[in-house]
Each structure stands twice: as C-alpha cells, then as structure tokens.
Design a protein. Structure first.
Length: 235
C-alpha cells in the first residue's frame, strides 16, 4: 500500500485497469470527501447524495479502462459525480414527491430543508435558509455555484467538469448569485449572498463500495443536457 500512496492519480487508475485490487480504493480515499461534498451540495439530500455518489463511483470503477487521459483524473471523477447528481435532479423534477407536513422530512435529516449535523446550533437557521435558497436555483446554475463558490474550483476546471465554455460557467454563477442575493438579502452580510458560508458538509462521508470489475459502462442512467459516457472527455 505504501506504493499506492506515492503513486499519482493516473498511475492508480491505470493500475486498477491492470487488475490491482487496491488501487481504486486508494483513489477514492484521496478524493471521496470532495466528491461527497459536491454531491451533497448539488442534491441537498444526504440519502440522494450518497446514492448518486455510489452510482457514479461504480460507473467510474467499470469505465476506467476507457479513460484517455485528456483531462485530470479528478476532473473525470467530478464530471461523473455531477452528471449522476443532475440525472437525479431531472428524475426528481419529472416525478415529484409530496413533501411530508410540518417539516417531518427535514427533521429526519434527509430532505432539502434538513439541517446538516455538522452545523453549529447557532447557524442552523441560516444554514436551512441558504440550503433552501440554493435548491431553488436552476440545476445548471446550482451545479456551477457548488463547484465554484462552495468547493472553490477554478472556473476553467469547472468548465471542463461541466463540459461547457468558461464564459458559460461565469454567466451561470453570476445569474445564480443574483438570485441568491435576492432571496438571502435579509440575512446578515457575512452570509447573505453566497452558499459558501454554510457549514462544511464533508463530515460523515458515507462509505462507497466500488463494486466488482465488469464491462465498461456509461456514466449514470437516463439522458440529459450534460449526459456523457464516462470515456468521453472534453478537450
């Protein structure tokens, strides 16, 4: 395992393709926290985020042999996770569920309105309002804001993850920030305009089972604007 720790992401992915049973686990160990944070912020629901992350990493595990190296391994992994999240959002919009009355779903800690366990008690109300506001954004704006403002990725990297031009990322972030500013203007200045003021969601990261090696498959399920096979990378 010491050799795995010293290996690059690309070396680990290639070792996994060559049959190394531990290489993919090391790759997940390095990046799972940030991938989990992206999934949670994009979906706003711990159960859905865990399922999306599980699906995405299983797809990555199976499709690793078709990774061409045109982008960083982390970019490839984030693209798969974001696509899995966007697929779930589209399915949720196509088949909406009836929310439980009186915030019962939120109290269970699994809904969009639920308070993250890692949030300090004094910040619960603010975290709740910000999460609800973020969930109202169009999915394209939400994904861009989560990656740029919450996770701190450079615009160029986010453009590669989402498969769009840098100007498109900037435009989506600008529109999303404007919407959030209108929704959150009543909050104190320190937390009024961006989702980055919310508590760190990377605690209690759920375990992910990489699954058994199998034939290379596409990323996620369904179709949508951002759907791409795992082996198709942006140049």
């Amino acid at each position: 395992m010491d050799g795995h720790a010293a290996a690059s992401d690309l070396e680990l992915l290639r070792a996994h393709v060559d049959g190394d049973q531990h290489a993919f686990a090391e790759l997940l160990h390095r990046h799972r926290d940030r991938l989990w944070a992206v999934a949670l912020r994009t979906l706003g629901d711990r159960e859905e985020a865990a399922d999306a992350l599980q699906d995405a990493l299983l797809s990555a595990h199976r499709a690793a042999g078709r990774f061409r190296g045109d982008s960083a391994v982390t970019t490839w992994l984030h693209r798969i996770v974001v696509n899995a999240c966007l697929d779930r959002i589209r399915r949720r919009q196509a088949h909406p569920t009836v929310p439980l009355p009186d915030g019962n779903r939120a109290e269970a800690g699994s809904g969009i309105g639920g308070v993250e366990p890692s949030a300090p008690a004094q910040d619960h109300d603010t975290a709740l309002v910000v999460r609800e506001a973020l969930a109202t954004l169009p999915i394209e704006q939400r994904a861009a804001l989560v990656l740029v403002d919450v996770q701190g990725y450079p615009v160029a990297e986010v453009a590669r993850i989402l498969g769009v031009a840098e100007g498109t990322v900037k435009s989506r972030c600008a529109r999303g920030r404007a919407r959030l500013a209108a929704l959150l203007g009543h909050l104190r200045p320190a937390v009024a305009t961006t989702p980055s003021a919310r508590p760190d969601p990377t605690r209690e990261v759920p375990g992910v089972t990489p699954g058994n090696p199998g034939p290379a498959e596409g990323v996620g399920s369904g179709s949508g604007r951002y759907r791409r096979d795992a082996n198709q990378e942006d140049t």
